[in-house]
Design a protein around this ligand. Structure first.
Ligand code: HEC
Length: 188
């Protein structure tokens, strides 16, 4: 007798398990139920996304022409471009090469330049194994040793003939540090 009364209960449990498991494994396009939203979801435009609000259809805005962001003025030609007031390349870097800066320069050189210019700065980097069209400069060669600091800074900033620009990867501060490091090993 007892067993018969249990039967509807077991059936109900099995049905419930079935319903619950379907719900968990299923896929839904709808957001999950979120009883207390606080400010978790807000209307916003995501970077690089499309939006119809602006005529160009982009959600990201470019700065108004002629505006300069705070701290981005970069007026100092010597520091930011390696040039003097007349637009000529500086012979000497506009910073002091301390031990600390040279160590930083070595680390950055090994990361950003050695693949092409070689760890010993002899122009025999790993890239030569991959058919690079022109050999990278050898920093111990007479012509390269005579280049001014400003010229070298410009080569890293804007690229030079077959060398790509590295301004996106290497900060202004680090570009000068690298030049200091190259100078220090050229002397040796
Ligand atoms: C992808 C390879 C590559 C990387 C990375 C690279 N260089 Fe070069 N670099 C070259 C090549 C190739 C040349 C020779 C360009 C030519 O003659 O066409 C060169 C030339 C130069 C020159 C001589 C420019 C001139 O006027 O003759 C300097 C200075 C220089 N590189 C500095 C650097 C420094 C500093 C770094 C690291 C921040 C660096 N390069 C990273 C490939 C590279």
């Amino acid at each position: 007798m007892r067993q018969i009364r249990l039967l509807p209960l077991v059936a109900l449990m099995v049905t419930l398990m079935f319903v619950v498991s379907c719900g968990r494994g299923g896929y839904s396009e709808k957001p999950p139920i979120h009883p207390n939203p606080n400010m978790d979801s807000q209307d916003k435009l995501k970077a690089q996304s499309e939006h119809t609000f602006f005529p160009d259809g982009a959600s990201m805005r470019t700065p108004v022409e002629g505006t300069v962001a705070r701290g981005e003025l970069r007026e100092d030609d010597a520091y930011y471009r390696g040039k003097d007031a007349a637009g000529n390349f500086l012979n000497k870097a506009p910073i002091e090469f301390t031990e600390e800066i040279l160590a930083r320069g070595k680390a950055r050189y090994d990361i950003y330049c050695s693949a092409c210019h070689g760890v010993n700065a002899d122009g025999k980097g790993k890239i030569l194994d991959y058919n690079y069209p022109v050999p990278p400069a050898n920093f111990h060669e007479e012509r390269i040793m005579k280049l001014s600091d400003g010229h070298m800074f410009n080569a890293v900033t804007n690229g030079r003939l077959n060398m790509p620009s590295l301004k996106a990867q290497v900060s202004v501060e680090d570009r000068w540090a690298i030049i200091g490091y190259i100078r220090s090993i050229q002397k040796k």
